[in-house]
Every structure is written in structure tokens, then in C-alpha cells.
Write a protein of this length. Structure first.
Length: 209
């Protein structure tokens, strides 16, 4: 089954509290999401392999560690996932960025891809799917399906907050995908909103209703 990691670093938890606050305006909300994403990037890349490299210091020659050539791909789910990209790129500037846009047909309830643009070598990359809210899990589940159909072999999912219902869906359908969270909330309400949640992440990021 998927491993679920709640990143309980005090800085992450402190900033998520302010992200949740209804009094936090659009500008500050964007900045906080950016900062939390950067802090989460630090944790989600903890298992990157290292290799030795010979360098010259000002004093002598030394063997020191560098990341062992792993290729990273960031895949935000449109549109709210865009708010997490810049923070990730602060620590992973060489990562390639793909995009997946999905909606559900109101009649069939089946997922419809309206936009997919991915690095050409996703099968060689460690992919990190970015979605601030894991509520029912439907969008993340469909995005992961889409990546696997195109040859992706290594996928992680990173969310600011999640509901148990979304976690359950990902664990059932994608037991090979590790999930990284800022926090795990109580439940979904009758409209599918995470409780206590933070409202609509896309609206709060982009100042829409």
C-alpha cells in the first residue's frame, strides 16, 4: 500500500495554519503556499541517491557528495497545482515541469483530459504530482493514471492537506505511489470540501470565486 508521510516540521505546520486562516489574503496565501512547497520539497527529496565527486577546496582536494544524476519532473494538476511549482523549483531548478488539466464530464462523471503537456522522457524521471488539496482524490487518481499510461514508472504525490477519503482512493488504486502531506484533516463534508480544510485553493491563489 502507499506510504503516507505527514511532514510535521514546525515551519511547515506554522505556515499551514496561516494558509488555512480565512483572513489570509491572496498575496500572502500565494507566498505561504510557495514557502510551504519549498519546505516540503526538502523532505520529499530526502531519499535522492548520492555519489562521490572529487573537488578542489581552497585548501585541498576532497571527495564530496552530489546528487547522482536523478532526473526530476514536477507535474502540477491545473489549476491549483501551479501555486506549488515555484517553491519546488527554488530547490530543484533543473526539474522539468509538465502540466495535466482534468475535469469530470457532468453527465458521465468520467475524467476528461483537456490539457496534457509532459517532458518527453517521463519514464526516466522521478515525477512529483502537485495538488494542494486531496479531497475525494479523483483528480490526483486520474492524473496518476494518465502518467502511468504514458510510461511513468516513479511517481510521488505531494499535497498541502488531504482528507481520509482521498488517501483511501490513492492507496487502493496506486499502492506504489508515496503520498506526502502537510496535514491530514478530519473528513469531507456533503459538498466534498475538506473539513477543516482551507477553502478552494485555486480561488484563494488566483483571487477568483
Amino acid at each position: 500500500m502507499s506510504n503516507v508521510f505527514i511532514l510535521d516540521h514546525p515551519l511547515i505546520q506554522h505556515k499551514i495554519t496561516h494558509i488555512r486562516d480565512v483572513e489570509t489574503g491572496t498575496k500572502m496565501f500565494r507566498e505561504l503556499v510557495d514557502e510551504v512547497s519549498m519546505l516540503m520539497a526538502f523532505e520529499i527529496t530526502r531519499d535522492l541517491p548520492l555519489e562521490k565527486k572529487t573537488i578542489n577546496t581552497p585548501v585541498t582536494t576532497a571527495e564530496s557528495n552530489v546528487i547522482a544524476g536523478k532526473k526530476i519532473g514536477l507535474i502540477p494538476i491545473l489549476r491549483a497545482g501551479l501555486g506549488m511549482v515555484d517553491g519546488m523549483l527554488e530547490l530543484l531548478p533543473s526539474a522539468k515541469v509538465g502540466h495535466i488539466g482534468l475535469y469530470r464530464d457532468p453527465k458521465t462523471l468520467l475524467p476528461v483530459e483537456y490539457y496534457v503537456k509532459l517532458p518527453t522522457d517521463i519514464e526516466e524521471r522521478d515525477l512529483i504530482v502537485l495538488d494542494p488539496m486531496l479531497a475525494t482524490g479523483g483528480s490526483a487518481n486520474d492524473a496518476i493514471d494518465s502518467l502511468k499510461k504514458r510510461g511513468a514508472k516513479s511517481i510521488k504525490l505531494m499535497c498541502l492537506i488531504a482528507a481520509p477519503e482521498g488517501i483511501k482512493l490513492i492507496q487502493e488504486n496506486h499502492p506504489d505511489v508515496d503520498v506526502y502531506l502537510g496535514d491530514l484533516d478530519e473528513k469531507l463534508d456533503e459538498k466534498g470540501y475538506i473539513i477543516p480544510g482551507l477553502g478552494d485553493a485555486g480561488d484563494r491563489l488566483f483571487g477568483t470565486k
